[in-house]
Design a protein around this ligand. Structure first.
Ligand SMILES: [Ca+2]
Ligand SMILES: [Ca+2]
Length: 95
């Protein structure tokens, strides 16, 4: 961090700014390392592909991941299995 001119505010020289697949904003500064800032919308239940809507693509994602699945987004209720309950959760949150 360095001060720019007479400004009391710190200034950083940004190196790269990008969003990852989870919607987190990654900012790297040349002299200060990397910071991650979580931005964006709160997760929508049933939006397993995290595109901001619950639609047929989420249904297909649930069907494709059917069965045991630890910590995967298609397991909407978090019980370790992708099954009919998760499909119903997607349908119940249809946007
Ligand atoms: Ca979606
Ligand atoms: Ca489940």
């Amino acid at each position: 961090m360095y001060l720019y001119g007479d400004s009391p505010l710190p200034h950083w020289q940004l190196d790269a700014v990008a969003f990852d697949a989870d919607g987190d904003l990654w900012i790297s500064a040349l002299s200060e390392g990397v910071a991650v800032i979580e931005v964006g919308m709160e997760a929508i239940p049933g939006d397993v592909n995290n595109d901001g809507v619950v639609d047929i693509d989420d249904v297909f994602a649930v069907l494709a991941a059917w069965g045991p699945c630890a910590a995967c987004p298609e397991d909407v209720n978090g019980d370790g299995f992708v099954d009919i309950d998760d499909l119903f959760a997607v349908l119940a949150n249809w946007t």
